[in-house]
Design a binder for this molecule. Sequence first.
Ligand code: MRU
Length: 354
Amino acid sequence: MVKTIEWKDNKVIMLDQSRLPIDVAYIECKDYLMVAEGIRKLWIRGAPAIGIATAMGIALAAQEISATDFEGFTKGLDPVFNTLIATRPTAVNIQWAVDRIRKFLDAGKDEPIAGLKALLIEEAERILAEDIEINMAIGRWGAQFIHDGDTVLTHCNAGSLATGGYGTATAPMLIAKEQGKKFQVIADETRPVLQGARLTSWELMQAGIPVTLITDNTAGALMQKGEINLAIVGTDRTVLNGDVANKIGTYTVAVLCKEHGIPFYVAAPMSSIDFSIPTGNLIPIEEREPREVTHIFGTCRIAPEGVKVRNLAFDVTPARYVTAIITENGAFKPENLKELSRPDPDLEKLRIRV
Ligand code: MRU
């Protein structure tokens, strides 16, 4: 597995995913502004990965703050939090990482500032390590839905590149493979920036999982022919009522699955569930620059100059299309997320088992 992001020699090293699979190149971010630029420009992308990048960006910024008292130190971090939160609005993991670091700082307010700076690096690295564990747990709960002979559809990239390792939607595939199951994957190319073509098919080929790449508008035809058994996707923000925001086109896939009686699963680490938002229509949806649609790879124009463009990066799939949400704590019906938001939910009672 290639490394998506790591902390090394007081720098954040990220794989430049915008150049994959043509080039495998790493970028050294020396300050948090470069980390923010990397998130904005999709050098690093995928909800959990940008959560990790946020925590590392904060740790980088903290090293530069000269204040020696707690108040001055945390005040110095405020613009850092705001800059990182403003990079991409849909993935809740950025806000989640900022909230976690804020709480961490509050708990350590009696530490000397030099100690806190070192602890922030440790905390960012802990978030990365935990993410890998979470992915594997998602994989263990999700593998039960993949059977011998299945064809699994996935959309965008919710693979190891989108996380600290293993991925969310791809984790059940990797675990099912380890369990000896024989199945194949269909990857939607995922216009406009082609995460499915460039990243998911690349990753799955390296993992030795048979993968076939299709254009986004082929999925319905394959379902009609009975060639897809289940779909597994990731999420940028899933909310209290079970509505799911994910890469644009996910809603279309979910509706098609319902029409064809195909189960539609969402792999969602708890960090991407936003219990503070009651319904999906309140999720902020990122709209990106027209150039992603009018050009391929930012260089080759495919549309007339001056054409009007809408470039929504995400859509919201209503909970009624979702068969189950697979978290690190188990797989649950979307309508049971409310129960999960309460203190000490009876997980065993709520878990779906095949
Ligand atoms: O715009 P992207 O590439 O960041 O979009 C990524 C997705 O939509 C993923 O499915 C989602 O972040 C989950 S990643 C585990």
